[in-house]
Structure formats: C-alpha cells, structure tokens
Design a protein around this ligand. Structure first.
Ligand SMILES: C[S@@+](CC[C@H](N)C(=O)[O-])C[C@H]1O[C@@H](n2cnc3c(N)ncnc32)[C@H](O)[C@@H]1O
Length: 214
C-alpha cells in the first residue's frame, strides 16, 4: 500500500526521502550493516523477547532487515514495516513476503487505532517530526503497548555542533533527556534508557535505546 500524505513532517523530509531512494542499493553493504545498524537491531530483538508482543510495527524500516528478522526470529502474528522511501521498501519486499510493507510516513501510518502492541524504530526517528510521529505511535499502540526507539544521541557537549539549526529541517538527534521529555509529552511512561552495546566504543557511536509504555 502506498499513500504518502500531506501529514506534518520535518521541513525537508521530501529531500531526505529522495536521498534514501538514491541510497537504497548501497544500504545493505555488509560492513556498514555490521558496524552501524546491526547492534541496535539486536537490542530491539532482545527487548521484544521480554514483552513478546504479537503485533509489531517497525517505523522507518528502510530495506527491512529488522522487520524481516522480527518476523523470522520471533514469529509474531503480524509485522508491519513502514517507510517513506519507495526504493528502500522495494529492497524490503524482496526480503520477506510475510511482513506487511507500507509506504507511509511515521507521522501518518494509516493503521487503525490500537493496531499493534509494539512500535520499534532504529536510526530513523531523527528524520521524523517528533511530536507528530510520537502522537501517531501513541494512536496505533494498544493500551499497555511498548515503544522502543534507538537513536544516535549526541552527547550534549557535541549536540549543538553536530546539528546547527540549518540542518534541523533534515534531521534532529535529541539528546537522551530531550528524548525522554518528548516521549513523556506524547503520553508515554519512559521505562528505561540505555546505551546500545556495539563493537566500536560507544563514545564514537553513542546510540541510546529508549523504552516506553503507552
Ligand atoms: C538510516 S535508514 C534506517 C533504516 C532501518 N531502520 C535500519 O536500521 O536499517 C532511515 C530510514 O528512515 C526513512 N524515513 C525518513 N523519514 C521518514 C518518515 N518521515 N517516515 C518514515 N520513514 C522515514 C528513510 O526513508 C530511511 O529508509
């Protein structure tokens, strides 16, 4: 299903999506995946093993590696993989025909209210309009449902240097305390924030997982 709507987005999200369309073929490069993207996905899978939700949505799913792993390794009843980029999703579709792939923005997922028991997202939240996306995650989550987001959280010392206001139309990486406030403001209870374990020193790639409950 493809239905990219006029929902609120970061100002330059159309440009971001265009960029990911162009990058789609390079994205699955094994070294890039192993170093950058696999560790947060491992962390999300471990988190999902705790709650054992049966209906799960991966938002900003890219080429679908995590959503397909969730489907294969955890065998829930349904997995949605949602992404704004048609070409990233093209790669995803070739990975699994059991995941329900959706060409939708995080801010307007097109799923019914309370459709899922867990919403997860890795390395994509910085591209979303945070308030609109979190409101949408709250809407599609059933009461008691889990939210698990991994984002590259620049330490506050670097935060401003890494993201001058001019770049914020493209992306903004909220530091952990800002992330906590955003998630709480959307009506969630934050359960935990913890660094993602990875082979590189965490100070180089300071990913943080935020887990919350609706
Ligand atoms: C760095 S990739 C991460 C992909 C995947 N989650 C992973 O960890 O491999 C970021 C993805 O976010 C998607 N994206 C950017 N803005 C989006 C939005 N507003 N709604 C949904 N997806 C979006 C891009 O198209 C891209 O596929």
């Amino acid at each position: 299903m493809s239905a990219i709507s006029e929902s609120p987005t970061r100002a330059l999200n159309g440009l971001v999506t265009h960029g990911w369309n162009r990058a789609a073929r390079l994205y699955n490069f094994p070294m890039l995946q192993r170093v950058a993207y696999r560790p947060p996905q491992d962390e999300i899978i471990a988190q999902l093993r705790i709650g054992r939700p049966r209906r799960i949505a991966d938002i900003g799913c890219g080429t679908g590696i995590l959503a397909a792993r969730i489907e294969r390794e955890l065998r829930p009843d349904v997995v949605y993989g949602c992404d704004a980029s048609v070409r990233m999703l093209r790669q995803a579709r070739s990975r699994s025909d059991r995941v329900k792939w959706r060409n939708r923005r995080a801010e307007d997922l097109g799923l019914p209210d309370a459709a899922v028991e867990a919403v997860v997202s890795t390395h994509a939240f910085h591209f979303f309009d945070h308030a609109a996306a979190l409101a949408e995650f709250h809407r599609v989550l059933a009461p008691g449902g889990w939210l698990a987001i991994v984002i590259n959280n620049p330490r506050s010392r670097w935060a401003m240097a890494l993201q001058p206001p001019a770049v914020r139309g493209l992306a903004y990486f909220p530091p952990p305390e800002v992330m906590r406030s955003l998630v709480q403001a959307a009506g969630f209870t934050v359960l935990e924030q913890r660094p993602v374990h990875r082979p590189l020193p965490n100070s180089l790639v300071p990913d943080v997982l935020t887990v919350a409950r609706r």
